[in-house]
Ligand binder design. Structure first.
Ligand code: ASP
Length: 307
C-alpha cells in the first residue's frame, strides 16, 4: 500500500445554514473546494510531498474570499484581522506556526517558513510579520483582507455583545488540509482568521500543534475547525493520534469518540478532517455542516457541505 495517496480539505464547520444557502453560493463554495483539492492532489498524484500538497491546498483556500482565512478573514473586536496558521510534517514531526499576524497574504506559507528557517516552532504578531518580510513573502495592505460580509457579521456580533446576548451564532470558516503522499508521509495544515469579534490578541486552536493541527506518520494527520478554546482544552488532534497509537483504535473510531462524544459533552462545536497512514479518510463534525472534500488515487472525489 506504499503508493496510496489522498487528500482531504475543509473550509470550516460554521457553514451557512441550509435555509439561507442559495444555489449560486453553493456552486461558488463547491468550486473553490474542488479547485483547492485539485491543486493539492495534483502534487501527490505526481509523487510530490504531502507537505507541498497541504500548503498548496490551504493557500488556494486562503485566496478565496468566502472562507475565514487570509482574504475574507473575520474581524476581531477592534476591527482588525489577526490570523493564525500552522503546518506539520508527519515524517519528522517538524512543525511551524504563526499567530496574530496581519498583512501576510498566505499565513500557511509563513508557517512553513517558520518551520524551515526560523529555528522556532511558533512566531506571533509583529515578529512574525517582520520574519515574513525578511523571507520575502507576499504582503498585502488591510484592504485586501476586507469583505463586506465579514464586516457585517462583526457589526452584528458587536451589537449582541452590547445587549449581552449569547454568542450562539459563531462563524467557523477556518480552512485546512491533510494529505498522505505516495512515499507514506503524512502532513496537515490549518489557517484561520479565528472567531468573529474575538478579543484583540486571542489565539485559537489552529496554530496550536496537537490542538487544531497535528501529523505523525505512525498514526494520522488532522486539521480542526470549531470553537478553538474547547479544541485547545481537549487537545483534539493529538488525542485522536494517541487513541490510535496507544489504544490501537481505527481512525474513524478515534475521530467519532473525540468529535461526537468528548467534544459534544463540553459543547465543543465543530469538526475536523483526518487521514491515516493507510489512506483512510474521516471527516466528522457535530455542527450543522462543514465545508469539506476528499480525493484519493482509488477514485474517490467528494465535495460536501451538509450532512
Ligand atoms: N478554530 C478556529 C478558532 O477558534 C475557528 C474556526 O474553526 O473557524 O480560531
Amino acid at each position: 500500500m506504499a503508493d496510496r495517496a489522498g487528500i482531504a480539505i475543509h473550509g470550516g464547520a460554521g457553514t451557512i445554514l441550509r435555509s439561507t444557502m442559495t444555489p449560486e453560493l453553493q456552486e461558488q463554495y463547491e468550486g473553490a473546494l474542488q479547485a483547492a483539492m485539485d491543486a493539492g492532489y495534483a502534487i501527490i498524484r505526481d509523487s510530490g510531498s504531502a507537505m507541498d500538497a497541504v500548503a498548496a491546498a490551504v493557500a488556494s483556500l486562503e485566496d478565496f474570499p468566502l472562507f475565514n482565512a487570509s482574504r475574507g478573514a473575520v474581524f476581531n473586536h477592534i476591527g482588525q484581522h489577526e490570523m493564525d496558521a500552522a503546518i506539520m510534517n508527519g515524517r519528522n514531526l517538524e512543525a511551524g506556526a504563526v499567530c496574530g499576524v496581519a498583512h501576510v497574504k498566505n499565513p500557511v506559507l509563513l508557517a512553513r517558513e517558520v518551520m524551515l528557517h526560523s529555528g522556532h516552532v511558533m512566531l506571533g504578531g509583529k515578529g512574525a510579520e517582520e520574519f515574513a518580510r525578511a523571507r520575502n513573502l507576499p504582503m498585502e495592505d488591510d484592504g485586501y483582507f476586507y469583505t463586506l460580509q465579514r464586516y457585517n457579521q462583526w457589526q452584528s456580533a458587536v451589537k449582541e455583545d452590547k445587549v449581552q446576548l449569547d454568542h450562539t451564532d459563531k462563524k467557523f470558516g477556518t480552512v485546512g488540509a491533510v494529505a498522505l503522499d505516495k512515499h507514506g508521509n503524512l502532513a496537515a495544515a490549518t489557517s484561520t482568521g479565528g472567531l468573529t469579534n474575538k478579543k484583540f490578541g486571542r489565539i485559537g486552536d489552529s496554530p496550536v500543534i496537537g490542538a487544531g493541527t497535528y501529523a505523525n506518520n505512525n498514526t494520522c494527520a488532522i486539521s480542526c475547525t470549531g470553537v478553538g478554546e474547547l479544541f485547545i482544552r481537549s487537545v483534539v488532534a493529538y488525542d485522536i493520534s494517541c487513541l490510535m497509537e496507544y489504544k490501537g483504535m481505527s481512525l474513524q473510531a478515534a475521530c467519532d469518540l473525540v468529535v461526537m462524544e468528548k467534544l459534544v459533552k463540553i459543547e465543543g462545536e465543530g469538526g475536523l478532517i483526518a487521514i491515516d497512514k493507510h489512506g483512510n479518510i474521516a471527516m466528522p463534525f457535530n455542527s450543522e455542516g462543514m465545508y469539506r472534500g476528499c480525493k484519493d488515487n482509488d477514485g474517490r472525489n467528494e465535495v460536501l457541505i451538509y450532512r
